[in-house]
Design a protein around this ligand. Sequence first.
Ligand code: 1GP
Length: 254
Amino acid sequence: MAERTFQRLQHIIRENGAGFVLLIDPDKLSRSAIAESIPRAVEQGVDVLFIGGTFLFQQEFNPFVEAVKKAAGDTPVVLFPGSIFQLSPHADALLYLSLISSRNAEFLIGNQVQAAPLVWKMGLETIACAYMMVESGKLTSAAFLSNSHPIPRDKPDVAVAHALAAQYLGMKLVYLEAGSGAQQTVPEEMISAVSRVVELPLIVGGGIRSPEEAAKKVAAGASFVVVGNYFEDQTNWQLLGEFADAIHRSRRPQ
Ligand code: 1GP
């Protein structure tokens, strides 16, 4: 029971080479669009759905997650919370994030302690995830709100040292994050430096806007590529299949 969804994520990597993650921001997808849009995304090759956002202006979180899970069928629905207000027992699992690139105790452990009793009561599967912000050209919401500096994009060794520390602490995943709508994506040099040394599956996201770019992240060593912003415009959803193919066809270095 404990690691069910995590094992499914590992299975996706084994079967597809790398996984395509669609990030759904509850403020950007209307409740009425869920029943039609989510099955379409799954049909076109989305492997995992993340739900999360910086804020919650529009939606009741819990019913939103319930509706997405209902529409997603067997596809894993994983919470990627922007705050402790984004928890729901209807998800398959929760990325238990620690912002390890910061030195801000609230984002390293404070919020995790606040959330722990709620998560325990919900019986949610947790997946410990080392979250690292990477400099991406402009100040992101995450950097601003956490009052912390992202890792300089020309310092892959700094990213490697953080990711190794996460591995030694027993975390399950590493997330290299350029930030939602980032001007520049996480550099391939950094992805490949981390994936060469660290054994944990690597999630890469932020500012990815084309199948080619997504494929490059996999070729550099990403096990999961996350795309959110680009698909907030529903007219782009016709390209979901192309992103999925590009991610599944690309090969991670052995
Ligand atoms: C943000 O990594 C995710 O947390 C996805 O970024 O919204 O820019 O695709 P985008």
